[in-house]
Design a protein around this ligand. Structure first.
Ligand code: GLU
Length: 493
């Protein structure tokens, strides 16, 4: 078992030329986040010492433990990074993947810090990972790994409702979160805030309605908002609105599936292509996402879906002509080795870091609109914040007010109809009587968060001469908020 304090490189590149010279066809997520941070920092008047503090990862913990497999032992490596403690607890998912590393987890933790600041969710950023391919382990083995990993984090104070609150990420879900909360409970029997130690839990163990879909919902709300300003879209030759827009999605996991489903069912977008690791399917008339999901659950693959053409090489999907490309899988999917082949007019980053810093620069020069990850996939942590607050109050949202609100709405409708002698429009009646239950409140809070954040990002774009893309505007907004938070603490003169 080893513990380490790690820091990302401190030196800032001096010029654009210097930056480019370090960039090969692909750069690590850590390098990309660092370059994007530096680009934003250049346009900010923040003390260099404070900028260094905001950029650095505060703590990173690596752990190794064995699990029994038949007569043998397998050594498992786990990580958790805490990027910034300007607000506490720190927050971020746990990823199970055989490519995860301490470097990647530190970069993802930094993105969590910026993401939370951007959508005004009062947490510092963290991230965790276990280097395994979950498909290669049985459920019992996964449970043992998860509980052991959680125990190691608890022992080092890297997990707890007021210090560090994990959530699902790639390769994990409600099941793993339930094991973690149960492990925390075993270490802290009777602790009143145990449920708030983890978010993304099953509903019966303190989860919140809408959390499972939240990242995908946030992606839908974010794209909807970005495509609602006709003036912003003129430059890229697109009309406002989502109806009929051709969308390619890379990744049919929790985020990709929900984003595809909502964009199709509620915004009439045309999902022409969906890519997974084993291939892609394409139908220019649009894929029925709900049916595809059933097919996927039945067969374990999107391939072989009736009526759709199969693309054996799934990366081909990234190069198809479309209005919106949504990378919803891994980082570094669009890089200098393939960016010239990308034809989408809008890239909506549902995944963390799907476009490298150099590819981002190339696409910006070509006028492609990029809706950045730290904004677009913030729906998950936003609803995690609602779940965490619910767990601390021990009360379902809407429980105390729902009945009263319905009574008030009924009285209001009755009065208006009696006074005017006319019946209210059925849609208006339905809106007034709509029950403010937990799911409705969660979705409304999420929509409001995504819309407000986008408006603030646009305002930065308009206000700042040197900032001319959505990613930089998002970073500027986030870094200013984090900086102000440190200054308010009196840490920096
Ligand atoms: N793993 C998700 C993310 O990257 C959610 C994090 C959370 O809810 O804490 O944003």
């Amino acid at each position: 078992m080893a513990s380490s304090q790690a820091q990302p490189p401190r030196k800032r590149a001096k010029s654009k030329k210097a930056k480019r010279s370090t960039l090969g066809p692909t750069t690590s997520l850590h390098e990309n986040v660092s370059l994007q941070f530096d680009r934003a920092a250049e346009s900010l008047r923040i003390h260099p010492g404070l900028i260094r503090q905001i950029k650095a990862c505060n703590n990173a913990y690596s752990v190794q433990f064995p699990i029994r497999r038949g007569k043998d032992y397998v050594l498992i490596e786990g990580f958790r990074a805490e990027h910034s403690h300007h607000l506490k607890p720190v927050k971020g998912g746990i990823r199970y993947s055989d490519t995860v590393s301490i470097d990647e987890v530190m970069a993802l933790a930094a993105l969590m810090t910026y993401k939370c600041a951007l959508v005004d969710v009062p947490f510092g950023g963290s991230k965790g990972g276990v280097r395994i391919n979950p498909r290669e382990f049985s459920t019992r083995e996964l449970e043992r790994i998860t509980r052991r990993y959680a125990s190691e984090l608890i022992k080092k104070d890297f997990l707890g409702p007021h210090v560090n609150v994990p959530a699902p990420d790639m390769g994990t879900g409600e099941r793993e979160m339930a094991w973690i909360v149960d492990t925390y409970d075993a270490f802290h029997p009777g602790h009143p805030d145990t449920q708030a130690a983890v978010t993304g839990k099953p509903f019966l163990h303190g989860g919140i309605l809408g959390r499972r879909e939240a990242t995908g919902r946030g992606v839908q709300f974010g794209i909807r908002e970005a495509l609602s300003h006709p003036g912003d879209l003129e430059k890229i030759g697109l009309r406002a609105g989502l109806a009929g827009k051709r969308i390619v999605i890379q990744g049919f996991g929790n985020v990709g599936y929900h984003a595809a489903k909502f964009l199709q069912q509620e915004d009439d977008a045309r999902i022409t292509t969906i890519a997974e690791f084993d291939g892609a399917i394409h139908d220019p008339d649009g894929i029925d996402v709900a049916r595809l999901h059933r097919h996927f659950q039945r067969t374990g693959s999107i391939l072989g879906f009736p009526g759709a053409k199969t693309l054996k090489d799934s990366t081909e999907a990234l190069y198809l002509d479309c209005d919106i490309l949504i990378p919803a899988a891994l980082e570094n999917q669009i890089h200098m080795g393939n960016v010239r082949r990308v034809r989408a007019r809008v890239i909506a980053e549902a995944a963390n870091g799907p476009v490298t810093a150099a590819a981002d620069e190339y696409l910006r020069q070509r006028g492609v609109m990029i809706i950045p990850d730290i904004y677009l996939n913030a729906g998950g942590v936003t609803v995690s914040y609602f779940e965490w607050s619910k767990n601390l109050t021990h009360m379902h949202y809407g429980r105390m007010s729902r009945h009263l609100e319905n009574l008030e709405a009924e009285t209001f409708i009755h009065q208006v109809e009696a006074l005017t002698g006319k019946k209210l429009d059925p849609n208006a009646r339905e809106t007034l009587l709509r029950s403010h239950d937990e799911l409705a409140l969660v979705n409304s809070g999420l929509e409001d968060t995504m819309r407000s954040a986008y408006r603030e990002i646009r305002a930065v774009l308009k206000r700042r001469r040197k900032v001319d893309d959505l990613r930089m505007a998002s970073y500027v907004l986030a870094l200013e908020r984090i900086s102000n938070s440190y200054l308010d603490l009196g840490i920096f003169p």
